[in-house]
Design a protein around this ligand. Structure first.
Ligand SMILES: Nc1ncnc2c1ncn2[C@@H]1O[C@H](COP(=O)(O)OP(=O)(O)OP(=O)(O)O)[C@@H](O)[C@H]1O
Ligand SMILES: [Mg+2]
Length: 384
């Protein structure tokens, strides 16, 4: 009947970005008034699937709405190269047609071999990244706006790329130019960035820790898209969907999408549809979220999680250490790393809980996912 409004997956903006309005207002202030705000340099962090990428998308949209120029990049080894040789030259060519005539009079564009050569010509003398960003800021300021640099997926492997961009941005900030930067990554990567040499600039940045959604926000994230597409969802079904997601944005979309498509041609989304959706969405969590999260951990870290999974509630750190047959001091190291990785939370002193919904249940059902060497069900069937 209607297209499914929900957007399960990663990096795809949801139909309703719930619970982030107050936060986005901070950035709107940066883009609106150009007044000084700590959000001019911000680091966004939070566990996998909590909504970092779609928040960055919304920040970029807010910037564009205020006529700012946006340079967006996903950090990887080739980012600086791509920016210097392709993306920034293309943006400059579009915004700065004078670049060619001022520098290379007498030659036409085609004689120089196209966009890249023309624009590079002008920027070759200084470090290119910085001078190109400087020119983009200048052009933006001339129309009363500024430049936003938005970087996703900060990782340990790409700190050098982040450092080079940060240095360029920092220089421009010191000159009081209208430039803002926002970078996002999982907690362990952001922690590595804060520790790294040459990235001290970020230690003064605004830290934004994205949390899961509250129950009212979760309900709105489900109900609003349903209503706006002309369907209904009853109170019991809505409550079930919201609670089952635990406010984890990835699950909100995953459950919403599956509830929507259960009987897409009826007008109401029933509790039956939600029940079915929750089961399917839970089952899909393993491959899409939990296994990828476990993959980045050491086997000791995974042992810690298995020891935690024996309890139905947040586990006591002392009991976890005992189950691991190690000292509290040794277990504290795993605990710190898992907290940093956004895998566990510490709901109270001496307690640890799972940050990602369904991880406990997944580890109980598939302990071999935590202990890669352990025999799987398939292998075990050959031993009988
Ligand atoms: N505030 C929100 N309201 C509703 N849905 C959301 C919200 N934030 C994120 N989502 C949905 O959650 C899913 C995950 O979001 P996103 O890809 O931004 O997470 P992430 O934090 O960037 O994850 P990763 O660490 O893997 O990069 C997407 O389907 C997105 O549409
Ligand atoms: Mg992301």
């Amino acid at each position: 009947m209607h297209d499914n409004p929900f957007r399960p997956g990663f990096g795809i903006s949801p139909p309703m970005l719930a619970g982030r309005d107050a936060l986005l207002d901070e950035w709107r202030e940066v883009f609106g008034l150009g007044a000084w705000s700590p959000y001019r340099a911000a680091l966004v962090t939070g566990m996998r699937g909590v909504g970092k990428t779609v928040l960055l998308n919304a920040v970029e949209d807010a910037a564009l709405a205020h006529d700012w120029t946006v340079v967006h990049g996903t950090l990887h080894a080739g980012l600086i190269d791509a920016l210097e040789h392709d993306r920034l030259p293309a943006m400059l060519q579009e915004q700065d047609p004078d670049a060619v005539s001022r520098e290379v009079t007498g030659l036409t564009v085609s004689q120089l071999g196209g966009v890249r050569t023309d624009v590079q010509q002008r920027y070759d003398r200084e470090p290119r990244l910085e001078s190109m960003l400087a020119r983009l800021v200048e052009l933006a300021e001339a129309r009363g706006a500024g430049l936003l640099v938005s970087l996703d997926e900060v990782s340990k492997a790409s700190l050098e790329q982040l450092r080079r961009i940060a240095i360029a941005v920092q220089h421009l900030m010191r000159e009081d130019r209208r430039i803002a930067i926002v970078a996002a990554g999982v907690p362990a990567s952001i922690a590595a960035a804060l520790d790294a040499d040459g990235l001290t600039f970020f230690r003064r940045a605004q830290q934004v820790r994205l949390d899961t959604l509250t129950l009212p926000e979760t309900r709105a994230a489900v109900a609003e898209p349903v209503r706006s597409r002309g369907r209904t969802i009853g109170e019991a079904a809505l409550e079930r969907a919201a609670r089952a997601s635990e406010g984890y944005p990835y699950l909100v979309q995953s459950i919403g999408a599956r509830a929507w498509e259960y009987t897409p041609s009826t007008s109401e989304i029933t509790t039956d549809a939600v029940q079915h959706a929750v089961e399917v969405a839970y089952a899909a969590m393993g491959e899409s979220v939990i296994v990828p999260a476990l993959r980045g951990l050491s086997s000791r870290d995974r042992d810690y999680l298995l020891a935690m999974a024996q309890d139905d509630e947040p586990a006591s750190t002392a009991v976890v250490a005992e189950r691991m047959e190690t000292t509290a001091g040794n277990a504290a190291r795993q605990r710190a790393r898992l907290l940093d990785g956004g895998i566990i939370v510490a709901p109270a002193r001496g307690l640890v809980g799972f940050a990602i919904p369904r991880m406990r249940e997944h580890l109980r059902e598939h302990p071999h996912d935590a202990q890669l060497g352990m025999p799987t069900k398939a292998r075990e069937s050959f031993r009988a």
